[in-house]
Design a protein around this ligand. Sequence first.
Ligand SMILES: *Cc1c(COP(=O)(O)O)cnc(C)c1O
Length: 496
Amino acid sequence: MRNTHATELLFDLSQPGRRAAQFPTSDVPDRPLGDMIPDAFRRASHDHSLPELTESDVIRHFLNLSTLNMSVDTHFYPLGSCTMKYNPKRHERMARLPGMVDLHPYQRICDQQGMLRLLHDMQEMLAEIAGLPAVSLQPAAGAQGELAALLVASAWFRSRGETRTRVIFPSSAHGTNPASAAIAGFECVQLENTSDGLVDLDELETQLDDQTAVFMITNPNTLGLFETQIESIAARVHEVGGLVYIDGANMNAIMGVTRPGDFGGDMMHFNVHKTFTGPHGAGGPGAGPIAVRSELAEFLPGPVVTRITDDDGQPHFELETPSRSIGRVRSFFGNVGILLRGYCYLRTLGREGVREAARHAVLNANYLKALLADLLPAPFGQHCMHEFVGSASNLKDDRGITAMDVAKRLLDFGFHAPTIYFPLVVPEAMMIEPTETESKATLDAFAATLHEIAEEDLEFLHQAPHAAPVSRPNDVQAARQPILLWSPDDDTAEDV
Ligand SMILES: *Cc1c(COP(=O)(O)O)cnc(C)c1O
């Protein structure tokens, strides 16, 4: 199964005389290169020849390369925390309509009314799902949404003559939370979880004071558990004058069912590329709109789209920068291509459909959790939301099989690996998020494969994957050895 051809370079495939096209004989006199380029500018020692290939050589080469990656379109992709749900192709078609892609943001506002209306409606739909009235579509990713919202919080505190310094988050928080807080100039305070994987209220109590600016929390949290005490947590944060930030990356579990604004959140971000089927696209583009309470609205990054009713009763749409805006965080109106896909998703499903999708995501995760209860028991929580974190500790203790071995071996069976070794509070963590777009048959096949892997030869598993073009470049084993590219004692290159 190893696809060695695809890892060869075009230079390796080259055969003298092969051609993809034939040109008529040149009627321009053939002058030696030396006549045209002065000696000083020529690297005479180099072989400048290009690979010689037929068109089918080239097409096969690139098409084969394009199949080496796993994707949501080719494989089950249960990468916990990332919500790798299927991206409907109809959304791609909509986002590519000439009226969408040929529009230029420098065109006159009156020529952009259709797009502005669409973005305005997207703001409204997100506000409704958030339970928070003011939305900015500007941020280009969840992490940028976090940063933008924390800058909004900072500006709000300053406007009240306060300089609060601390942002608190639980230890299961996504790494972007402390990173955003630090970039926004706050001091980061981390809370340990309770033994059932939730925020420890007593510990939170010891950290809350008049320096608390924001409490950041993902709900459901990174263990796939709903923070049932969220209302009391929010109330305590508000009592000391702080704000509650809801990291909305896990909205897939609760969209249309409960709302951050209703359970105490003052601000949140959405990951349109997770929850609303925008493709993830190798680290970008994404869209991380933020929603905030009305008292924070005037600080939002701009522009935002506003709807105005003309004298004759007709609506039209304008771009407006909120009065005390923190400024722009992205060019123009944000990542419109991704927002359009999210818009299509929400309009296609409607209120009831969105709720149904969340319910299915939770059902699928609980079904898979039950199928794997013997093999990868989840130390936290009896039932989960849209994802669960199982532990391969038993496999490791009984047979020496690590989460890494299982993850690598899954690739041979055509399954993308779940997120592993995160969150850190679970040893040998395997964080599995099936999403609502997978069938029972796929979930059954995935669980059966995991059970099969657990019976395989240990050495064989340590060497996995066996069918992938590259084996383990980031193996924990290898990482323990110092990797020397160059040794200071002898200046020859060493093998890695
Ligand atoms: C993905 C994720 C983020 C960051 O979002 P990006 O769009 O990748 O920047 C933040 N928090 C959680 C819980 C996430 O899963």
